[in-house]
Ligand binder design. Sequence first.
Ligand code: CTP
Length: 397
Amino acid sequence: MRNVVLGICGSIAAYKSATFVRLLVKSGANVKVVMTPDATNFITPLTLSTLSKNPVLVDYFIPETGEWNNHVELGLWADLMIIAPASANTLAKMANGLCDNLLMAVYLSAKCPVYFAPAMDLDMWKHTATQENISKLQSFQNILIPPGTGELASGLHGEGRMAEPEEMMEFISADIKKKLPLANEKVLVTAGPTYEAIDPVRFIGNHSSGKMGFAIADELAALGADVTLVCGPTAQVSRQQSIKRIDVTSAGEMLEACLQNFKTSKVCIMSAAVADYTPVTVADQKIKKQDAGFSIDVKKTVDILSTLGAQKAPGQILIGFALETNNEEKNAIDKLQKKNLDFIVLNSLNDEGAGFKKDTNKITIIDRNLQKTAYNLKSKDEVAHDICQKVVELIKK
Ligand code: CTP
């Protein structure tokens, strides 16, 4: 939730708006409150402007300054509109396009999803007129936050009580999440380097920071995916709380973690810089300095991406990276085909701003039909967005 217009109508449930505004602001939303004139009898604009940190709008005109509140602009600014409490009167106006106050003008101008939380007495709620208005609003794709049952301000007991602020927050978050493009999709992402031990204090590693993989995992989680992030040694932290992180050190450990999670994943994106070689033996004790030269016998690690490519079931989507210095496209296409990928993300170390430890990257995506999409130099977050949009396109096919 980013920009939220909260519409408040004249109902005793308006007292809950203070808590609701606090919860919205706490969740990171910018909140602008629009009240009907009657709502100001139940809760003061001052309370709501203090909590929302924005002026509260009631009228079309501000008499003191002669300014006009631009309802069209406000309707377009909003990513989300919530009308809570929504009185029987306002529901009737919404259903019929009546526009006799600023809130209704904003409602009619809004292009974003609109949620409404009715609040009224038992018999008003049950009345056919109210129920028909609600059905009509739902046919406009407005979303009902169902009222609860309990003691009403009239003293009667029954349905019609506005949902509690915490319940409304939960309802809206769950509704937004379920409509995200990757909702309920399980995704596996790898990130960072792997370290291959030589002895208890030394290892063979690489310069991968993990930034690209972490940005991809964050973006996928923001699109609603259920993300498992397998990462080698890295200082990166995820912004999205929902990401399940599995820390590993070596290529062998990364392989194991991937095999455990791949079968149940719809998508796997291998952005880790996995070591291609690992020492044949790991010394138990620290290797002492010698006068003569010193060499380490290494053996090949298992190629994780190829292993997963060989196991890929129909419908699974597998994505790899290719970091190249020469013959870039040819090498990338070879990897795409050999490893049975759906697309490969190519970055060339010859491109300024691309590669390890940078905050930017420049990529070309090559898909199974060898269709190439070249992107400009962008921040790793923007690159992650481009890659994830390709994933969404593939899933929707
Ligand atoms: N990869 C992997 N397991 C390995 C090595 C690489 O899963 N043991 C994956 C990487 O995560 C990346 C892709 O394979 O998504 C390509 O990695 P890269 O190192 O560019 O290619 P390699 O196949 O190792 O070939 P080369 O090093 O010869 O370029």
